[in-house]
Design a protein around this ligand. Structure first.
Ligand code: MN
Length: 291
């Protein structure tokens, strides 16, 4: 059984643009190797936005060297990027954007959704790319709720939506560059859950709603992440309330991590190159929005 390695939370929110009030749960500055291949997790909301015609969000900015994974729980996010990718994602949908060699994109609240406003809650995860794939072509996978298979957990403990990876006979639709599991779990109050886990992999559980108890008896509440030891081939926890959880597991990349702002590479020289390439337009440009 995997033992708890450490827990993390961030009591303070900061704004990303004017659309995303996020708690930074971890980043490549503080837990890059411990949580590899996951580089960063921002938890936006839950918060209620009043109706507006103002476009809230963050304008054109670049990324290189990794993937951004946006999981929407409430509200709506619109995205456009320089590779021609784009779309609108709502509750249950996931945007899996491969920045790799470079992309310029913008992220805003859905225009129509914003007119009525409402509850907003999402997670953005940054997933690192192996060194050999950091300069691969950029790409975009828009994954809708209906494409994400749902698995019943044993003993009627709840359900798992398999975004990436495989559980029992169901495989998630996300194409990934290294092996990983990304599951949206809903667990009933009182249920004990046992999940298969891989020896040697990073394994973590993030609590969006509710509360879970780990093998040590420690209660992990809302907006907290618990990371487990690499040893052990099972993850066991109990839900103390009806809980919404994100289960993350992946093979650590074991390569140097050098990050600066929106770029995460393997060396300082590659970071300098990323700034140069962005400034000279090599990551592409975002064309003016049609009005
Ligand atoms: Mn971005």
């Amino acid at each position: 059984m995997k033992k708890v390695a450490f827990t993390r939370h961030s009591p303070n929110r900061h704004w990303v643009g004017d659309g995303f009030p996020v708690r930074g749960i971890f980043s490549y500055n503080d837990a890059a190797h411990e949580l590899s291949p996951f580089l960063l997790m921002d938890y936006a909301g839950p918060v209620v936005f009043p109706p507006t015609t103002h476009r809230r969000g963050v304008g054109a900015h670049p990324h290189r060297g990794f993937e951004t994974v946006t999981i929407v729980y409430s509200g709506e996010v619109e995205h456009r990027d320089s590779s021609g990718g784009g779309g609108k994602i709502g509750p249950g949908d996931v945007q899996w954007m491969t920045a790799a060699s470079g992309i310029v994109h913008e992220e805003f609240h859905g225009t129509e959704w914003a007119k009525n406003g409402g509850a907003f809650e999402m997670i953005q995860l940054w997933v690192n790319l192996p060194k050999k794939d950091k300069m691969a072509p950029a790409g975009y996978q828009g994954i809708v709720n209906a494409d994400i298979p749902r698995v019943e957990l044993p003993n009627q403990a709840g359900t798992a939506r398999i975004i990436a990876g495989k559980y029992l006979d169901k495989s998630g639709p996300a194409r990934t560059f290294s092996p990983m599991q990304v599951w949206d779990l809903r667990v009933r109050a009182g249920a004990t859950v046992e999940l298969p886990a891989t020896v040697g992999w990073t394994t973590a559980l993030f609590v969006l709603k509710g509360q879970v108890k780990t093998e040590t008896g420690e209660a992990i509440g809302e907006a907290r992440l618990v990371a487990f030891e690499r040893e052990g081939d099972r993850l066991v926890f109990q839900a103390l309330e009806d809980s919404t959880l994100l289960f993350l597991s992946g093979e650590p990349l074991g390569e140097p991590i050098v990050g600066y702002g929106p770029f995460v590479m393997n060396t300082e020289a590659e970071i300098r190159q990323a700034f140069e390439d962005y400034e000279s337009g090599k990551m592409g440009r975002l064309h003016a929005a049609k009005s």
